[in-house]
Write a protein that binds this ligand. Sequence first.
Ligand code: ZN
Length: 493
Amino acid sequence: MRSENMPPMKINLPLLLLLSWLPAAAVFAVDTKPVAGRLQAGAATSNITPEIGGDIVGGFVPFPCTDIHDELHARCLVLDDGKTKVALVVCDLLGMHRSLCVEAKRLIQDATGIPASHVLISATHTHSAVNALGERVRGYHSDQPLTGYQTFVARRISDGVRRAIATLRPAEIGFGSVEVPEHVFNRRWFMRDGTVPPSPFGKMDRVKMNPPGGSADLMEPAGPTDPAVSFLAVREPGGRMISIFSAYSLHYVGGVSQGQISADYYGLYCEALKRLQAGAEQFPPFVALMANGTSGDINNINFRTPRKSLPPYEQMRYVANDVAKKVQEAVAAVEWKAEATLDARAQELPIQWRKVEPELLAWAKDVEAKVQDAAGKNSMTAVYSGRVQRLAQASPETKTPAQLIRIGDIAIGTSPCETFAETGLEFKTRSPFKHSFMVELANGYYGYLPTPRHFELGGYETWPGTNYLEPQASVKLMESLLGMARELAAQKP
Ligand SMILES: [Zn+2]
């Protein structure tokens, strides 16, 4: 394992005298030499709000951003066990192309020595952000040139990690988990025979995504939810909270005003949790992070009752405040430890893109030939005809990223997809670590990841163009994560 220790800093008197004239932040850094075996932590945020005018990507068809409701951030937590550092970054974005993450990790490694394998970068899945997926709309590729905004985000992620390192200080760590079932609902439903509409491909699905709320045709959800908010909390020894990294399996909440940028409930949760901390405004400020767990089939809509309409931001604020309150209560039960072995593994998996059969491609070309006007181009059938044709020309390799971060007796497994709740639950059960959870939309974006069972059931998340990867992808990802977890668990604590 490569060490990222910097050579020990020699402190001399003239330097100290010079530093005594510098602002508090600079002097602060002098006290933070790594000490072997003692855990340190630092956290910082980096603003990634785009300019007004770009296209907001969360809708079925992009529309322009006309205002900013709340700022978007890359939220960064760095841990250092005296030998090894890991960086955890959560960005207020719908998703990030793999190439953006590769570039951010390159910048971080150049500036700090933390290798790419030890940096976890994920997106929250806020639907009110501009595009950081780059040229996805023009093709399915593992590598692509970055847009201006993607380049900006990569630099801001790297800046955030550097700023977090500048605040590294002795820390204690603890794991916690709290059940918050009331905000998560499985959105894929079995419905009465003949009531699931045909797919854009003219095929009959057995389940419907986002069915009409309260409909008499609803039978049962097609999968479970994962109601747990898993979190790791770090604080100054016996004192002020440094950061809480959390993950909850909730797709997003939504309900923004048209055209506004917002970090959705993820950002509001982080602010709410910060307000609950004593001394959160002191330097360095407390930083909360809310990563997305495994929520590809989970949202905030209770389908058993008709949907009520609320003023903008009301529901996301309600969810954010409630989850923050419950996590804060659970922090009181955390068992604090002054040491935690840090390690990480990363792999690029030989998973294939979803295969486009010749008859499907023929269907797509036929649809395209028949489209007449702008309204026809935006129809669901035409959009999928375009996606299928681009998927048929995908780059040879997916380079699907999988990563395992070990923090003491905690394992975080990652997926680059909108991953189903049952995958996250399986990882929690099968991982050899005492505490385990998954973070999705990590280190790249590769569409939805249904399990093989769900491919049989059909529905939106399984349609080619919504799903990019082969039907066995979730199984291969799980094997990779468990393999890396077993390898790291076998090493001494
Ligand atoms: Zn989604």
